[in-house]
Design a binder for this molecule. Structure first.
Ligand code: ATP
Length: 222
């Protein structure tokens, strides 16, 4: 049965822009469950990354409430946020944030170690499915952009997180590679029982997700 992973209740968020206040999210309520895969769309600058950053605990809210795994995060300190990120969250952001001197396997193993987890057959499966078997011992800095993107996906899914937050995960790929990555991402997330919230500007990529949230003028339309 689907259970709640993330719930926002009447959340507003804005930033000071010189002497003006720029409202980005306006009284938003939404809920994301275990079985969800959601494409987050909307024009540039509408607040998509801000919403992801709030859910990951990188941006804080003063108005409204954020619940993670049905617990209010209002009093969470850094320690609780980092525990949540390590145990339950996978992230693929526009900059892959890979550890460039390390090889593919060590990049994945490093993030597992942070969570006291060991290499498992699932990790070998991810490497194989994502077409990285032949380059697994190569330093990630010698890989192409598309290969690095796939390493970032493998690393994000290695600990079978409850939720994957992805910000334009196919942004640097050509259309065909983008479609391949989306097919794999959807398949692997399903196998690891991981929900997805994915920012995308591509309607084709959005079609891989079951639901769509469109963010505009601070509001979400489903
Ligand atoms: N830390 C910050 N300080 C000030 N303004 C910010 C901050 N973060 C985001 N903003 C502003 O909030 C608005 C929303 O930014 P955000 O990056 O969330 O948009 P986006 O929808 O992800 O854009 P894009 O599709 O271009 O990546 C923008 O006007 C941006 O300048």
């Amino acid at each position: 049965m689907a259970s709640e992973i993330v719930r926002l209740s009447r959340v507003s968020k804005g930033f000071n822009d010189g002497d003006k206040y720029h409202q980005v999210l306006d009284d938003i309520s939404l809920r994301l469950d275990t079985a969800d895969t959601i494409a987050l769309t909307g024009p540039s600058g509408c607040g998509k990354s801000t919403l992801l950053n709030i859910i990951a605990g990188f941006e804080f809210i003063k108005q409204g409430q954020l619940f993670i795994n049905s617990q209010s995060t209002s009093n969470w300190q850094d320690k609780q946020w980092s525990l949540f990120r390590r145990q339950h969250l996978g992230m693929v952001f526009q900059q892959f944030n890979l550890l460039t001197p390390l090889n593919v396997k060590d990049n994945i193993a490093f993030s597992l170690r942070l969570n006291q987890q060991k290499w498992s057959p699932w990790c070998d499966y991810l490497i194989e499915q994502l077409g990285l078997a032949e380059v697994k011992n190569r330093s990630v800095e010698t890989l192409s952009g598309g290969q690095q993107q796939r390493v970032a996906i493998a690393r994000a899914l290695a600990h079978k997180p409850r939720l994957l937050l992805a910000d334009e995960p196919t942004g640097n790929l050509d259309e065909k590679s983008g479609q391949q990555v989306m097919t794999l991402l959807s398949l692997l997330a399903k196998e690891s029982n991981t929900a997805i919230l994915m920012v995308t500007h591509s309607s084709d990529c959005a079609d891989f997700m079951k639901r769509r949230w469109h963010l505009e003028h601070g509001k979400i339309l489903e």
